[in-house]
Design a protein. Structure first.
Length: 261
């Protein structure tokens, strides 16, 4: 059997940490069929990325992880192949003439870049970066509605101005990126004001689509956005653990797991 690729192996490690709260190097090495040294190198990398905290003999979830809010630039460098696969699948759901909303996030930003190819669409967003990505689209008839507000560390515009504007709008499809997704807490974020506007995004659409790479499974932010059964579609990469697939399928009518190239 061929050796698992490093990125996929690290995703497996994160799945175990998030499921158990803490893991031992020896247990991971036996489960993954690699050496202790390989596991330690993976833990070093994940710790540098802020995904976990190393402890003697293993690793655990970072202290205060439910409230931690990584910046846009940090998140934009993570899980790039997975985000590309998810964005391509989401793009196929959009046709000329449709109206869509995209909340702020690195996966929705990847989708925004893909949407530059689709003419005659209206995009509502609370992300200046997404608005900028669509500004010079090489097609005709695109309209971008940028909500106003106060900017958060993850580059979202939030607050009374944003929510007041969003309440006057209604779109065909809402594409939503999330900080975390779990059976117990559903969709979550570490930012209270982002939770508020994200809930409103889900209310102001005909169809809701969550875009999340598989490392988001089991991660819980401080503030809840919605339960899993409030979502129509979830698009993730195929690195999702089989047990998690079964759980999500019980709550979400349309679960799509995209292969990563």
């Amino acid at each position: 059997m061929s050796e698992m690729l490093p990125d996929r192996r690290r995703r497996k490690i994160l799945d175990r940490v998030r499921a158990a709260g803490a893991v031992r190097v020896a247990d991971l090495a036996a489960e993954l069929g690699v050496s202790d040294m390989t596991v330690r190198r993976d833990l070093d990398r994940l710790a540098r990325d802020g995904e976990l905290q190393k402890v003697h003999g293993g690793a655990k979830l970072p202290a205060g992880s439910s409230a931690a809010e990584p910046g846009f630039m940090h998140k934009s460098e993570l899980q790039l192949p997975e985000k590309a696969a998810i964005a391509a699948a989401a793009e196929s759901m959009v046709e000329p003439g449709m109206s869509v909303s995209l909340n702020s996030g690195t996966t929705t930003y990847a989708l925004a870049r893909a949407l530059r190819r689709i003419p005659e669409i209206t995009v509502v967003t609370n992300s200046p970066r997404i608005a900028d990505a669509l500004q010079d689209a090489p097609v005709t008839g695109q309209t971008v509605v940028l909500l106003g507000g106060v900017r958060t560390p993850s580059d979202a515009l939030v607050g009374p101005l944003a929510t007041a504007a969003l309440r006057t709008l209604h779109v065909d499809v809402c594409f939503m990126g999330v900080h975390g997704i779990s059976e117990r807490e559903g969709l979550t974020t570490p930012n209270m004001m982002e939770a508020e506007i994200n809930r409103l995004f889900l209310q102001r659409c005909d169809r809701s689509v969550v875009l999340a790479d598989s490392t988001k499974w089991g991660l819980v932010g401080l503030y809840r956005i919605a339960d899993l059964d409030e979502v129509d579609t979830v698009v993730m990469d195929d690195g999702l653990d089989p047990a998690a697939r079964e759980i999500l399928s019980q709550y979400v009518p349309d679960l799509r797991l995209e292969p990563v190239r």
